[in-house]
Design a protein around this ligand. Structure first.
Ligand code: ZN
Length: 109
């Protein structure tokens, strides 16, 4: 587990990219690549997570006066499924989420 001295700077030219990638992987691995959203947790669903979400959203954290370090800390990050991420973001924005209805009249989950 030695840290490679090879620079990855050429791949992630500057700034946010490389740092976020590292943080993202850390959080995904910590959470076992499983969605940690409240819906999946409440229903005991096992959903593959490919994205990382802010538990307290950036907008909310800013409103609360949180520092960037606190907002971007792993303790405020969770692994999340991309569909759940969309849903959570919509909920945070106060939109009602309409389920998609299939041709047979049942909601598509
Ligand atoms: Zn979920």
């Amino acid at each position: 587990m030695s840290r490679s001295k090879w620079s990855t700077e050429s791949r992630h030219a500057r700034g946010y990219g490389a740092e976020w990638d590292k943080l993202r992987l850390l959080v995904l691995e910590r959470d076992g690549h499983l969605c940690q959203c409240q819906h999946c947790k409440a229903e005991g669903r096992v959903t593959l997570a490919t994205e990382v979400d802010h538990v307290v959203s950036r907008a909310r954290a800013t409103a609360l006066g949180w520092s960037k370090a606190r907002t971007e800390d792993p303790s405020n990050l969770q692994a999340i499924n991309s569909d759940c991420h969309v849903r959570k973001t919509q909920e945070e924005q106060g939109k009602t989420v309409k389920p998609k209805i299939g041709l047979d009249g049942w909601a598509i989950v």
